[in-house]
Design a protein around this ligand. Structure first.
Ligand code: AMP
Ligand code: MN
Ligand code: MN
Ligand code: MN
Length: 288
């Protein structure tokens, strides 16, 4: 069973349409794919409708990646296997969209004060009908030659404590878990190895997440050296969190691909163990 539970479309900061993403998942021989855009479910209807017309089987898992704030850190919580039509959930997302829009305007003001007044409109054009993210700002800043590369845009302007950083008004971890679970989904701590946290603080985060009622954590995600990956698996076992795995695919590139290196260690319980869409009779053989 080849499964990838974390990726983005152009409804947030991914570069592919839902259709392009699905065709790529077919090429990569995936059996299941969770689409998890930042703070929006806008891609899901289109993705489900498109996959329904395809000959090749692929289970689309409706998902989301919620932005939260915890002790001044941006922490991402995945909602997997959610009911995308849940109207309470959709209403709640409007609050996040408003926080995004408000922050984008404040970033634009700060950039303008640094002399970069040609970024915001172009970033909005890139975001199109999707959620605007700092990645859109960064892309424009590279194209206009304000910075040498994507990472430098964060290091110089957009990152925490930098010249155009604006503290976002995200929801708390507790709220994210509640929103996801009330929409029928599993709440999963995204890319725990990616936060700029010391070992002590990472453990604190995982304990906090577990005590707040979180369901699982990503134990396989990109840019995680083998020893760190073993560490994540140990945390999942120690705190009895279900295990998830995702590529966090945003765009085709040399280092990122759907479904690559995502094998969950056999002693952990995968987050999908009780999802009927995956563990139905047809699939039992493949799973055992
Ligand atoms: P936002 O959710 O608007 O804060 O945008 C953050 C997004 O920018 C993340 O989801 C990443 O996809 C992307 N990103 C790329 N490089 C960095 C970086 N160095 N720091 C933060 N975000 C980054
Ligand atoms: Mn992103
Ligand atoms: Mn993330
Ligand atoms: Mn992501």
């Amino acid at each position: 069973m080849k499964i990838d539970l974390h990726c983005h479309t152009y409804y947030s900061d991914g570069q592919l349409s839902p259709e392009e993403l699905i065709l790529r998942a077919h090429n990569m021989q995936l059996d299941a794919l969770a689409i998890t855009d930042h703070d929006t479910v806008a891609a899901l209807d289109e993705a489900m409708a498109f996959q329904a017309q395809q000959k090749r089987a692929l289970k689309i898992i409706p998902g989301i990646e919620l932005s939260t704030g915890w002790h001044g850190f941006d922490i991402h919580i995945l909602g997997l296997n959610i009911d995308r039509e849940d109207s309470v959930f959709q209403q709640r997302l409007e609050q996040q969209a408003a926080a995004r829009q408000e922050r984008a305007l404040a970033i634009a003001e700060k950039l303008a004060k640094c002399g970069l007044d040609d970024v915001y409109d172009a970033a909005c054009r890139y975001a199109g009908k999707g959620q605007i993210t700092r990645a859109h700002f960064a892309r424009v800043m590279v194209e206009k030659g304000h910075v040498h590369n994507f990472d430098a845009a964060f290091k110089k302007y957009l990152g925490k404590g930098k010249r155009a950083h604006v503290s976002p008004r995200w929801i708390s971890i507790d709220e994210a878990i509640q929103w996801i679970q009330e929409a029928g989904g599993s709440a999963v701590l995204a890319h725990p190895g990616h936060y700029d946290l010391s070992g002590k603080w990472l453990r604190r985060l995982i304990v906090y997440f577990k005590q707040a009622g979180g369901d699982g954590m990503e134990v396989c995600h990109p840019h995680l050296p083998p020893d760190r990956q073993r560490q994540m698996a140990t945390y999942a076992q120690e705190y009895q969190l279900l295990a998830s795995a995702g590529s966090d695919f945003h765009a085709p590139g040399r280092w990122t691909e759907l479904g690559r290196h995502l094998n969950i260690p056999a002693h952990l319980t995968p987050v999908w163990h009780n999802w009927s869409s995956i563990t139905n009779d047809n699939n039992k053989e493949v799973l055992s």
